[in-house]
Design a protein around this ligand. Structure first.
Ligand SMILES: [Zn+2]
Length: 386
């Protein structure tokens, strides 16, 4: 599948990305090519704007050798995390630094016909305001639900029914003329924590509990998507002892009991109207909210104990408005510790994501970086460069 040679420009960039900044000579030695070949490769990479100067290194002979690095700070991604009630757009570099950000509230049951053109417009204005429009390399989009990556089509959760069968990327390709990458929102979150931890050689499970519930698994630096993009869809697994009707049409799903939406419903008699109310009530110490969130953490923990036993991850990171609440984290941790195989718990580290509401944007910009700086894409770019 990889039509790149071990000494191609794409490969040189991959070495520089993994080990840089390096001098030309160091890079030449690492890749194992002649000086002439390396000069050629670097010329091609410079023409495609993929390398930058990164200062100097004093050599033993007193000469200063120029250091080279991947131009991940000079290239730009436009990312958007589209949820059930709001969307976050951001302009980032390929390191995940956020230069501009906008949060957009969406009406209940918003439709792609109205929302996608609006997000394209917001993205355009955000890009031009950031002054980085000319270095845009790709767009990254995340949504809840499954993505058919070959066809670029989404299967949204039942609460976003209008978003099923949508070619999400098309309006962005038409507007910006760059590749558009799609990812499930929980996968984007798991990737974000993986990147933020410095790309550890470890498996990371991300669990997102916001309006809905989803999980993502990062193995070997990539989101494990499964055969139909359904990997990690834990929200609609059945739990013992529940018969509550779920938005998906079945009964007894985890999401019907433990999602943000379910918490709002169970706290409605006390006056809760939104997930924000639930979050605020927990921070104010209101007992009914804390108890409801604790129960939700226990339920998701029951499912997660199975996930942990099967996947045996090093890190579980919790995100979403509900997922980071202390009673949720505490209940989930206790339930996983009581339910998972002892050996799978030995190195397990469960914590709330430290990325806050930046999570999906960081995950998407990393995804864009991995794709746009991959040897195959870089070789295609360098082949095309004048
Ligand atoms: Zn369901």
């Amino acid at each position: 599948m990889l039509d790149t040679t071990p000494t191609s420009a794409g490969h040189v960039l991959a070495v520089l990305r993994a080990e840089g900044p390096l001098t030309r000579q160091e890079l030449q030695e690492r890749v194992g090519v002649s000086r002439v070949t390396m000069v050629e490769r670097l010329d091609a990479l410079r023409r495609a704007d993929l390398v930058r100067r990164a200062g100097h290194r004093e050599s033993s002979g007193g000469r200063r050798a120029e250091l080279l690095a991947v131009n991940d700070t000079g290239l730009t991604a436009l990312v958007a995390d589209i949820g059930q009630s709001h969307a976050t757009l951001a302009v980032t570099d390929l390191r995940g630094t956020v230069f501009a950000r906008r949060d957009v509230w969406l009406s209940a049951r918003h439709s792609p016909d109205a929302t996608l053109p609006m997000l394209v417009g917001e993205g355009r204005s955000l890009l031009s305001g950031s002054g980085r429009a000319s270095t845009l390399r790709a767009v990254g989009l995340s949504v809840p639900g499954q993505i058919d990556h070959e066809a670029g089509i989404t299967t949204a959760p039942a609460t976003m029914r209008e978003w099923t069968g949508v070619r999400l990327g098309d309006p962005f390709v038409a507007a910006f003329d760059v590749p558009v990458l799609l990812e499930n929102d929980a996968n984007a979150l798991a990737l974000a924590d993986y990147y933020a931890m410095g790309r550890p050689e470890a498996t990371v499970v991300g669990v997102k509990v916001g309006t809905g519930i989803g999980a993502g698994v990062v193995i070997g630096g990539r989101a494990h998507r499964g055969e139909t993009g359904a990997a990690g869809e834990i929200g609609h697994m059945r739990v013992e002892g529940s018969d509550r009707r779920c938005s998906c049409g079945r009964r007894g799903c985890v999401a019907a009991e433990a999602s943000g939406q379910a918490l709002v419903r169970s706290l409605r008699p006390s006056g809760a109207r939104s997930v924000d109310d639930v979050v605020r009530w927990v921070s104010e110490g209101r007992r009914e909210a804390i108890e409801a969130v604790y129960s939700a953490g226990k339920l998701v923990g029951t499912v997660l104990a199975t996930v942990v036993t099967i996947v045996n991850p090093r890190y579980v990171r919790l995100g979403g408005e509900v997922g980071v609440l202390p009673p949720f984290v505490e209940a989930l941790r206790a339930t996983v510790e009581a339910g998972a195989h002892a050996s799978a718990l030995r190195k397990l580290d469960i914590a709330a994501s430290q990325l806050g509401d930046r999570g999906a944007c960081v995950g998407l910009s990393g995804l864009v970086a991995d794709e746009m700086l991959s040897p195959t894409v870089v070789d295609a770019l360098c082949g095309r460069a004048p």
